[in-house]
Ligand binder design. Sequence first.
Ligand SMILES: Nc1nc2c(c(=O)[nH]1)N[C@H]1C(S)=C(S)[C@@H](COP(=O)(O)O)O[C@H]1N2
Ligand SMILES: [Mo]
Length: 388
Amino acid sequence: MAKDSTRREVLGSGLALACLSVLDMPGWVLPALAQGEAIVPFTDIPKNFNTNPRPTVRYLDIRKIDGPFTPREQFFTTQHYGHPEVDQESFRLKVSGHVERPQSFSINELRNMGHVQLDAGFECSGNSARRVQGLVGNGRWAGIPLRTVLDAAGVKSEGQEVVFFGADHGEEQVEFRGRKFSVDQQYGRSLSRQLALSGEPFLAYSLNGEPLTRHQGAPLRLLMPGWYGAANVKWLTHIHVQTERYLGKYQARWYRTLRGEMINGELKWKETEISRMRLKSAIARVTREENQLKVLGFVLNDGTPLRSVEVQVDDGPWRSATMSSSTSSKYSWKLFTYMWDHATPGEHTLVSRVTDVKGRVQPTASDLKTKKTFLEDNAQFPRTVMVT
Ligand SMILES: Nc1nc2c(c(=O)[nH]1)N[C@H]1C(S)=C(S)[C@@H](COP(=O)(O)O)O[C@H]1N2
Ligand SMILES: [Mo]
């Protein structure tokens, strides 16, 4: 497995270099294709769509998805205060607050505490059709469970909330009843004691068999498997255990959804935190080998097992797609393929939808009409392609 990912990374860096030299070209760079395979082009990608809108923001070109793991060089990246440079030598992960033994770990000390693998994918809660679903990726992470570090510190019973701070920070305005206070804050997120000690949260120091990249939070990041990206604090330098709820901007205010829900026949307006990923599937690429067309896509969710993925062509019936590739982890994205028979020349619309074992079905855009804020857009993603 380790060898495989190394080979993939070598291939991946080749692709990344190829990308750099053609960044100014209109449209997207085409993925590597198997012998005899041709791309069926999407007609829905905006002409000026740029996968590198800013130096520290990168989208994944989802047409390049061709295997379970996203190469490090292609992994999407987004954050609020740019990419801080964290010096590996002087780096320490501090653990403070309501703990028996406050801690300060170097990266080597953390590496010596264990080496566990976690296959997990995530998307930014702001990912949507607008970014051609490019704020998404799947990785083979290595590190240690958060619980290992918390147990070393010994969380006291008063410790009800565990707060995670990144090294990145910036000036933020905190508004209170018409007054604004400008204060310097670090990116911070929190988990309840119960979640933090559940064994699920993970501290990653490597991605796809190599040390974490600066883009992905080197030298250490938190991963909350099955949750949206905002939970996965990068450049993690400080864990603070406290009694009260943490109400920092990126915990309590920024990552919220306002949505109307029918409860006993009454419309209730709810504001909820961004947490577990909502069921999403998306068609990523369409290829053709002689007369056989193949549709490939991905599914991401909170880890609940899936019942089906289906594809609809134009106004035809929904037909089953096949899960073609997944890793052993329930938190990995799942790739699916659909063999599209009897495609006729011209423009066609393709859309996928996924259903989980709890019977939850990926909504349509119109099902999400009562969601007022733009985060958590897991709507079905209709695509148009041109068959020649
Ligand atoms: N320290 C820090 N961690 C952060 C953020 C941030 O601004 N600062 N942004 C979060 C958000 S909103 C997302 S979507 C993910 C993106 O992770 P990636 O860049 O590895 O893809 O990082 C999360 N972790
Ligand atoms: Mo995000």
